[in-house]
Write a protein that binds this ligand. Structure first.
Ligand code: GDP
Ligand code: MG
Length: 176
């Protein structure tokens, strides 16, 4: 059985927990604990293979992404970097996080990790501050997957993006 470890990163309030809970339970609850780090486990089967998925959902510490990153970047096999399409600051923070992941993977010689950049709260497109195109080009620059989603309104896109990311991680395992 393969063990796959993913970490969610992004600004406080970007919707990391909402995206993850949507994936794990198909539900949107609305309010999520933000003062504790959580590690979730899920068994799933992708392409006929049984997997043990572990997902790290960090609590946000006053925008100190560096400090949040210190552990998960070494631990995780893949990352979901979340920003809010109606909050430009969260997008700029996502940009920094992508750079930090790269830098620390290089320092620790861990090799490139599959990453999915996620523009969340697509339902708030009336107050959009980040265009889909900007998201897509940031992802392309960083060789990431990209998806806009709404944890509030949608399950399928979120499920698909986790599946895609997990497939990429499994591909990397083969080449080790
Ligand atoms: P985290 O700090 O990144 O884990 O963010 P949370 O998952 O706790 O979400 C922060 C707030 O945004 C909560 O009030 C959620 O209900 C809300 N939220 C999360 N995803 C969405 C979404 O897709 N649309 C809308 N409208 N609100 C969302
Ligand atoms: Mg959270």
């Amino acid at each position: 059985m393969n063990d796959i470890k993913l970490a969610l990163l992004g600004s406080e309030g970007a919707g990391k927990s909402a995206v993850l809970v949507r994936f794990l339970t198909k539900r949107f609850i609305g309010e999520y604990a933000s003062n504790t780090n959580s590690l979730y486990h899920k068994r799933l089967s992708i392409d006929g293979r049984q997997l043990n998925l572990e997902v790290f959902d960090p609590c946000s510490q006053s925008g100190e992404s560096r400090c949040i990153l210190e552990e998960p970047q070494d631990w995780a096999d893949g990352f979901v970097v979340v920003y809010t399409i109606s909050d430009r600051t969260s997008f700029l923070n996502a940009k920094n996080i992508l750079a930090q992941i790269k830098e620390s993977r290089r320092e620790t010689c861990k090799g490139e990790a599959p990453i999915c950049l996620v523009g969340n709260k697509q339902d708030l497109c009336h107050s959009r501050q980040v265009s889909e195109e900007e998201g897509r080009s940031l992802a392309q620059e960083n060789k990431c997957l990209f998806q806009e989603v709404s944890a509030a309104e949608n399950y399928l896109e979120i499920s698909n993006l986790f599946t895609k990311l997990i497939r990429h991680v499994m591909e990397q395992f083969k080449h080790r």
